[in-house]
Design a protein around this ligand. Structure first.
Ligand SMILES: C[S@@+](CC[C@H](N)C(=O)[O-])C[C@H]1O[C@@H](n2cnc3c(N)ncnc32)[C@H](O)[C@@H]1O
Length: 442
């Protein structure tokens, strides 16, 4: 491997041709110096760029030492491009791939999963056509707010971080998110402009629920009466379902105009403040439909990492379900949802358990005809080790991280399972996050 072309003033511009797109959505150029990562480029682009090796202190760069390019000029535009949907694209860290036309975008999603599996020796897995959620469907947003300048006259900024940076992009729009969330940007800027101390910053979690938007505001200190009243007025004016404060982990309700609930398969599930819900209703429906299809006919099943019961309750239409979840308040919401469910629903049993430390053992698993697991990004290493030793004939894996999924799939395959199908479900439109549902049988 040679060095990066330099003169005494630093790196000199180079011409690069983009060959492919990597796991984090950056274009990749193959050069004699090694792979160069070029953000916001498409296969077939020819660019003039400055190439640098990312330093050890580069923010959030898990690939320290990788070659990265700053594009000076696009010399040739790839036919795989489309017009990006958002004015902030290219600066905002939320999206990486808005510039890619639908067909190469779908190919990239499949390749992302195929490459992760190949890394674990699982070539040739049956990765199907992705289900891609439409724009304006994301129902959860985690925004940040702070002042643009520390001294008077600064503008209150509300948005996402720029890519690999602490810089906050002040969002005017967000075409991936539900319109009722985007409609709150301006009122929120006005509110926070009044109440956020100049030296503070805060987080704003918005979730579109059935009766309206639920808002969780990360706040530095206990609110006084004046602030509580101001927040309650805001909630009423903006017709929020609920407004809660998160004061260093302590959740405090300010106003609850209507109980925030989301509806899964016709069942209403109460949503605790800031709780996990699938990112889009459309993606959730695709995942649930695929799970129901795969598990049809199984009479007693387990839903591991069950959360508020997104899979439990639909599955309970036809099977007895044992739901296991590590966060108590989510399990409580699941039980409340099961109690609201229609009379035809089968028995739901629930268990509060840390599945990283205390996975269901092979012996415990053997009473189920099928097991679904939907872990956080870290995957389900300990749990799949037990599944691999079990006799459970059908396992359904839902994952939002192809890398940990591929590691866990390897364990299942080594334990005697075959991968029957993999359905990519793109719930994070135009970002580099990919979700999937995989069916394993033995
Ligand atoms: C990706 S979410 C899926 C939730 C649910 N299946 C759904 O679709 O709404 C992962 C879930 O795993 C839970 N979890 C995280 N770590 C856990 C652990 N060590 N043991 C049990 N559950 C855990 C989280 O609280 C969260 O509910």
């Amino acid at each position: 491997m040679g060095g990066i072309p330099m003169d005494e003033g630093g790196p000199v511009p180079q011409y690069l041709t983009i060959a492919s797109i990597g796991a984090r959505g950056d274009g990749i150029a193959e050069t004699p110096e090694g792979l160069v990562y070029v953000p916001f480029s498409a296969p077939g682009d020819v660019v003039q760029a400055l190439v640098e090796r990312s330093g050890k202190d580069s923010f959030k760069d898990r690939n320290k030492g990788a070659l990265r390019a700053e594009v000076l000029e696009i010399i040739e535009l790839s036919p795989q491009r489309q017009q990006p949907a958002c004015v902030h694209f290219g600066k905002c860290g939320g999206c990486a791939l808005q510039h890619l036309a639908p067909a190469p975008y779908a190919d990239w999603i499949k390749a992302r999963i195929t490459m992760a599996l190949a890394h674990h020796g699982l070539e040739g897995a049956p990765v199907g056509e992705p289900f891609i959620t439409p724009p304006a469907s994301r129902r959860r947003m985690a925004l940040k707010a702070r002042w643009g300048q520390k001294t008077g006259g600064g503008r209150l900024l509300l948005g996402f971080n720029a890519r690999a940076s602490h810089t906050l992009i002040d969002l005017a729009e967000c075409p991936v998110s539900r319109p009722e969330l985007v409609a709150l940007f301006e009122p929120l800027r006005a509110l926070l402009g009044e109440i956020l101390p100049v030296e503070n910053q805060c987080s704003v979690h918005l979730t579109a629920t059935r009766p309206g938007v639920a808002m969780l505001l990360g706040w530095a200190e206990e609110p006084d009466l004046v602030l509580r009243e101001r927040l309650a007025v805001f909630a009423r004016e903006e017709k929020l379902a609920a407004l809660w404060l998160d004061i260093e982990g302590d959740l405090e309700p300010i106003v609850e105009m209507a109980k925030p609930v989301i509806e899964v398969s016709g069942v209403e599930i109460p949503l605790p403040p800031g709780a996990f819900a699938q990112a889009t209703a459309e993606g959730e429906a695709a995942l649930v439909t695929a799970a129901l299809e795969a598990m049809a006919g199984a009479e007693h099943v387990a839903d591991l990492f069950a959360g508020i019961g997104t899979f439990t309750l639909p599955l309970a239409g036809a099977a007895r379900v044992h739901a296991v979840e590590g966060e108590k308040r989510l399990l409580d919401a699941l039980v409340a949802g099961a109690n609201n469910a229609a009379p035809g629903v089968k028995t739901v049993t629930s268990e509060h358990r840390d599945l990283f430390r205390r996975p269901l053992t092979a012996e415990e698993l053997n009473r189920f005809a099928a097991v679904l697991f939907d872990p956080p990004r870290a995957g389900a290493k300990a749990q799949v080790a037990e599944l691999a030793n079990s006799g459970v004939p059908l396992v359904v894996a839902v994952s939002c991280n192809p890398n940990t999924f591929a590691r866990d799939a390897r364990t299942l395959v080594d334990g005697g399972y075959e991968i029957e199908s993999i359905l990519p479900v793109d719930q994070f439109l135009w970002s580099s996050h990919v979700e999937l549902l995989a069916v394993f049988r033995r």
